[in-house]
Design a protein around this ligand. Structure first.
Ligand code: NAI
Length: 302
């Protein structure tokens, strides 16, 4: 590893080798961005077919990027594509991969126990300097980190879907995250070409903590009959300049995911009306209408 001086003269680990665990939507997106910004990336999943699909997806996306960005320089475009793809390897064995890695970014299933088991195991195998980060949307980074003995080298890197398009990364520090680790994560986000914001380890960090109650408030407004979902969506788009209305955004995020997050917060804060149950949301989820991914949520999709 190399160590460099950041602008604030605080030392940070320069991250070159990255292990991304979870080859789903988020993991594949993070791998794509990290590989195209010159990092050596190993994408890990328990399922080999998912990994093959992820690599195909990354290549397809990068081909589209190259076509647009290098329209008048096809040779440079081909070189960029080749280099980025050479930076990606895949593995189903996280334990052996982390032995040579500077940073582990975890993007597996949103389940505390599963994430703790994964990190607890990797903690024994990864070198001392390796930083661990979780991309969790709703769990506490402190709780996830508690399965390891590297609390000072553990933080959150919360990306947004789709990762190659969305420009933000929330960088999360727990009360034990060291300044060096935090600066390394900020620097890594910058190297990915993203803008980062600093967050404390509070439920939902910044974006989801403000977004989910807003969406739920819109659903409650619709439940009371104070506005149709179409009108609420139009109102927030044209009145606030939001690219999507709250119902369109819910269908995009996934109603099951939203319910899962809200249920977790509501269990931890049963008296907070902001996290109270919504009948309409519960009914749609019980019917398997999760949004775009299932063809129906608040709206129907072809
Ligand atoms: P996904 O379901 O698309 O992908 C998860 C992948 O993890 C699957 O391919 C699964 O095979 C793999 N996996 C599960 N357990 C594993 C293990 N022990 N070791 C290795 N691989 C394992 O999920 P998605 O949407 O990519 O989400 C992943 C994480 O990112 C979750 O924590 C989620 O909360 C978070 N997140 C999701 C966002 C979204 O919009 N989907 C946005 C920001 C964060």
């Amino acid at each position: 590893i190399c160590r460099g001086l950041s602008s604030s003269a605080v030392r940070h680990v320069v991250i070159k080798n990255v292990t991304i665990i979870g080859g789903g939507q988020m993991g594949a997106g993070i791998a794509q961005v990290a590989a195209s910004t010159g990092h050596a990336v190993t994408l890990v999943d328990t399922n080999e077919d998912i990994l093959k699909k992820a690599v195909k997806g990354i290549e397809g996306n990068l081909k589209r990027v190259v076509k647009k960005k290098f329209a008048d320089k096809p040779e440079a475009g081909e070189e960029f594509l080749q280099k980025a793809m050479q930076n990606v390897s895949i593995s189903t064995d996280a334990g052996s991969v982390v032995q040579g890695t500077d940073l582990v970014v975890e993007a597996i299933v949103e389940n505390l126990k599963v994430k703790q088991d994964l990190f607890g195991g990797l903690d024994k195998l990864a070198p001392a300097h390796t930083i661990f980060a979780s991309n969790t949307s709703s769990l506490s980074i402190t709780d996830i980190a508690s399965s390891t003995n590297r609390l000072d080298r553990f933080g959150g890197l919360h990306f947004f879907n789709p990762v190659p398009v969305m420009r933000l990364v929330e960088v999360i520090a727990t009360s034990s995250t060291s300044q060096e680790t935090f600066d390394s994560l900020l620097n890594f986000s910058k190297m990915l070409g993203k803008t980062s914001v600093s967050c404390k380890d509070t439920p939902g960090f910044i974006v989801n903590r403000l977004l989910l109650p807003y969406i739920l408030d819109a659903v409650r407004m619709y439940e009371r009959g104070d506005g149709s979902k179409e009108d609420i969506d139009i109102a927030m788009k044209l009145g606030c300049g939001y690219p999507m209305g709250p119902f369109e955004l819910s269908d995009y995020v996934g109603l099951d995911t939203m319910k899962f997050i809200m249920d977790g917060w509501s269990a931890a804060n049963p008296d907070n009306p902001m996290f109270a149950q919504s009948e309409v949301l519960n009914k749609l989820v019980a019917e398997g209408k999760f949004g775009k991914k299932t063809g129906e949520g608040f709206y129907k999709y072809k």
